[in-house]
Ligand binder design. Sequence first.
Ligand SMILES: O=C(O)[C@H]1O[C@H](OP(=O)(O)OP(=O)(O)OC[C@H]2O[C@@H](n3ccc(=O)[nH]c3=O)[C@H](O)[C@@H]2O)[C@H](O)[C@@H](O)[C@@H]1O
Length: 500
Amino acid sequence: MPAPWPHHWLPTEGNHNQRLTFLSRCEISAVESHHRTGKPLNLNFPNNNNMLHVFHENTRDIKTCHKLGDAHQGIGLAVYSVRRTLRPLQESVIRVKRRYPLPLSTIYSIVSTSYETRSFVDSGSRYFSASWGGIQWEKQVRHSAQISRSDDIRNGGGKMSVLVTGAAGFVGSHVSLALKKRGDGVVGIDNFNNYYDPTLKKSRKNLLSKNGIFIVEGDINDAKLLAKLFDIVAFTHVMHLAAQAGVRYAMENPNSYIHSNIAGLVTLLETCKSANPQPSIVWASSSSVYGLNEKVPFSESDRTDQPASLYAATKKAGEEITHTYNHIYGLSITGLRFFTVYGPWGRPDMAYFSFTRNILQGKPITVYRGKNLVDLARDFTYIDDIVKGCLGSLDTSGKSTGSGGKKTGPAPYRIFNLGNTSPVTVPTLVSILERHLKMKAKKNIIDMPGNGDVPFTHANISSATDEFDYKPTTDLQTGLKKFVRWYLSYYGYNHGKPIN
Ligand SMILES: O=C(O)[C@H]1O[C@H](OP(=O)(O)OP(=O)(O)OC[C@H]2O[C@@H](n3ccc(=O)[nH]c3=O)[C@H](O)[C@@H]2O)[C@H](O)[C@@H](O)[C@@H]1O
């Protein structure tokens, strides 16, 4: 007789990103009965590295089952949608949709197919739509896409209905709000993964929802979902901001970069190429494509063939991939190289954000220092300036020329730096934060580890200025003041501190 089921549930530790398993109620009861009776499920599921992360739909608890031996193989089998494999096979992501109670034999065949193909792309989402579909859902999409402004011409852009990918993300949420505010139609899509705290993403979603913007919960690798969205709405533009961000995390979870920044991008482009009419696409590349480039400031024509991180390499690959879709299918493409964007509702994995949290909690911060004791520097760019750059890009993007998947003439292909043009060192960033927080940081200064970082970034923004009058107006001092104000109102002074 196997030990009782809850005995094997231990709290998950660390970043369990992309390793959640979702069990439906019927599956849980199937497994529980397996445990009660001790009868084997008689199906041969690959040993899941003796570890499985389980999301219990009733309690919304996340647990980790350790020591998944023979007696526990049923847990793996009682799963009916494989999300995708971002980590080695054994740590495959499994997602379940309550609405599709399938026989275990079907589940098994799907699970094993996915295991065999070792695909970067989720095969499960092709079988099952997770949280989309239905009349009510379509109504929400349509409603969100409605254009409310009456002027026909805005800087040549005209009225827009925009699909914003990564809409629950930092830049995505700000851009969505700005578009909606000026009367454009906006529909968001976001997979709400837990690379960083998903509750922050949910809060952004709530904010957007209050402003009449609907975010579809789904992954850009879900071609069916994307096709459905284009069925419902003739999007004029796609603002593609969904990505696996972060420079250093690429060493921990390289496949997540391939999944989102390569496979997801291609899935999106495939949808856009076949859409009729084809939308114009503006998407987020990154200043990191300049890699080890030493010529300053960085101009769009500078070399970008020396990426220092896998993250940078996937963004550079994105630039090449979008070029081919522009060339073959006539898609209008604008790539924006963002320079270390910061501000309210920002990303907790970024230095300014985690420094703030640690300073407030009295915890030490690690400040990296470059070769020969030179401070690292970034062209930190405030979110409102980036939003203006995104809207300017959308307004001037020009039309795609393809029809029925075929190009009928050349379409614009553009790349712009969106930076601030005034790099600031990381120690200066820290001292600005100390001033705003009225607290001293406990600094651990160490040599920059070989983790994909570059020593400095500095944007030449003249192309964007010429093309759509891009002029950043917020310096780091002012921008961080706004960030700190937001941070304190959102988290309070005790963010993350255990309450005794
Ligand atoms: O502009 C870009 O292309 C990139 O900007 C940021 O990447 P990064 O500049 O590395 O931003 P942070 O992670 O906030 O780091 C800023 C600086 O602080 C330093 N840092 C970071 C973390 C830390 O603990 N200590 C530390 O000194 C880094 O070395 C870097 O010089 C974003 O995280 C990327 O997603 C984005 O694409």
